[in-house]
Write a protein that binds this ligand. Structure first.
Ligand code: PEP
Length: 250
């Protein structure tokens, strides 16, 4: 699975160019699921442009509420109007810049699951947390917030994205071994509660993944794909990552 998080980038014009490039180059990709997550204002536009392609649509966030007086928010029902199969939640930019807490993100997780929309649940540690040896405590705590509100079955068919915050948009990638260690911890944590769910949950790596490091990262046993920021904004770069994911899934 490869998911492109376009963040607050693009315009009607640039999105068309990007999608045309992706659509033209994606021909041979049939093992990996490819997802694009545009800014919410372009969900309708992208939805129309990816009809009849293998590309799936994801949102970058969702409200924990069903509807009502929540100015500026977007409900899961609205996402479903545009056939959004996925929504990113808990991205570190939402956690850090918009003060989203573990508990709020857990509510969003449950809201998505109840509406049969798949969460791409981002978790990860800050640099000082890693340096203090707290990585497992942090990602464990982020997962526990969901388990406190729901149960292990909420993770059935969900996607987790392990994104060390120090690697996002910095050009610093976790080494394959560093990433594998945390992915394995996450899988084991879920497997203790339900072996099947632990086994089948897709765990993506995110943090400066690009065409040159993707193959090595995806060769690790517990890395099932990537959540891509910067490199998802250029069709050639994104396609190279998709092709590597396709080869890894063969
Ligand atoms: C992200 O923001 O989810 C991300 C992984 O960004 P980048 O690939 O640019 O590090």
């Amino acid at each position: 699975m490869v998911a492109g998080n376009w963040k607050m980038n693009g315009s009607i014009e640039s999105i068309k160019i990007l999608l045309d490039g992706i659509k033209q180059g994606l021909g041979e990709v049939n093992n990996a699921e490819i997802i694009v997550c545009p800014s919410s204002i372009y969900l309708g536009e992208v939805h129309s442009q990816i009809k009849d392609t293998v590309i799936s649509l994801g949102a970058q966030n969702v409200s924990e509420h069903a509807s009502g007086a929540f100015t500026g928010e977007i409900s899961v029902k609205m996402l479903k109007d545009y056939n959004c199969k996925y929504s990113i939640i808990g991205h570190s930019e939402r956690r850090t810049l918009y003060s989203e807490t573990d508990q709020l993100i857990a509510k969003k997780f449950v809201t998505l699951c109840e509406a049969h929309t798949i969460p791409i649940f981002c978790i990860g540690e800050l640099l000082d947390e890693r340096e203090a040896g707290k990585t497992e405590d942090i990602v464990g705590r982020q997962i526990d917030a969901v388990l406190d509100l729901a149960d292990i079955f909420a993770f059935k068919n969900s996607v987790i994205a392990y994104e060390p915050v120090w690697a996002i948009g910095t050009g610093k990638t976790a080494t394959p071994d560093q990433a594998q260690e945390v992915h394995s911890f996450i899988r084991k944590k879920l497997s203790v509660l339900d072996a099947d769910i632990g086994e089948q949950v897709q765990i993506l790596y995110g943090g400066s993944m690009n065409a040159s490091n993707v193959a090595q990262l995806l060769s690790m046993p517990d890395i099932d794909g990537g959540l891509i920021g910067g490199a998802s904004l250029k069709s050639a770069d994104f396609l190279a990552i998709c092709a590597a994911a396709n080869a890894a899934a063969e």
